[in-house]
Write a protein of this length. Structure first.
Length: 282
């Protein structure tokens, strides 16, 4: 770059190019000026091949160079050069490092409260509520205080707590319990003759006014087993041979229903005896 004479004007580095104008910004000479500026900032080992140049204004252009710095694969050095109208001076305005289209970059930042997932909590950890957490009521809201173990909207409440579970919080919990990854196996309910709403081992968590028949031992209609706004009534199973200790919907079912009748006679009716004709002699 011996043809470039370096000068300083007002603290900025300029390059005197006889006969240069706007065309010099995108020319090979403009590339030389930009590369020299990047090398001065980053060092020759960190600067790779020229990737291209584009105009960023009537009298300025940006030159892109490959970044060879370790850990910055796909990143690009960018040098912005300018040439004032009517002058022959090319000025380096700035040098910066930018992520390219295929740059190795950190994932988008996620707030801490949004990074927590079920199962992350460990003994000794503290997990405060989110700001304006929609799952619980504001303790300063008189309409949201827990006054009893239940309420007219069918949401169970803890009378000893300052806050109460909101309708949204309750519905989200029911969806997790009945349709989430940890929900009981639906194959049991599909093959069961009786539903949980008539089983002694099913302990309901809330009470709704239901229109369907209950206690008949059969599978009641869905309308009779659903809570308000289509949310099913749920309860805890107390049968150690079934979904013991888990929350299940009232229309769930299994073969261990408390009203399952005993089979008549000895042995199982699902299998028949087979007579092989007795011993044979050979």
């Amino acid at each position: 770059m011996g043809s470039v004479s370096n000068r300083r004007h007002g603290g900025k580095r300029t390059h005197d190019r006889r006969g240069a104008g706007r065309g010099v910004l995108l020319s090979a000479r403009g590339e030389e000026v930009a590369e020299e500026a990047v090398v001065e900032i980053a060092g020759p080992e960190a600067v790779g091949r020229h990737l291209g140049a584009t105009t960023v204004g009537p009298d300025s252009a940006a030159h892109r160079f490959e970044c060879r710095e370790r850990g910055y694969r796909g990143w690009e050095w960018i040098a912005v050069i300018a040439c004032a109208p009517g002058t022959e001076h090319v000025t380096v305005n700035e040098v910066s490092l930018h992520a390219g289209d295929h740059a190795l970059a950190a994932p988008a930042w996620v707030p801490y409260e949004d990074r927590i997932r079920p199962g992350d909590l460990r003994p000794g950890d503290r997990l405060p509520l989110k700001t304006d957490d929609p799952r619980v009521t504001d303790p300063d809201d008189p309409a949201g205080t827990a006054g009893s173990a239940g309420s007219a909207d069918g949401v169970p409440r803890n009378p000893g707590a300052r806050r109460s579970l909101t309708r949204a919080g309750w519905e989200a919990a029911v969806r997790r319990w009945t349709t989430g990854e940890d929900a009981p196996d639906p194959e049991f309910a599909g093959l069961a003759e009786r539903s949980c709403d008539s089983c002694a081992f099913w302990l309901p968590l809330q009470r709704h006014v239901r229109t369907g028949a209950a206690g008949s031992g059969g599978r009641a209609g869905k309308a009779g087993r659903a809570g308000q706004a289509g949310i099913p009534e749920v309860g805890v199973c107390a049968n150690e041979f079934s979904a013991d200790g888990r929350v299940v919907a009232s229309d769930y079912g299994c073969g261990a229903h408390s009203e399952t009748p005993r089979e008549a006679g000895e042995g199982s009716a699902s299998r028949t005896a087979y007579d092989d004709g007795g011993p044979e002699r050979y």
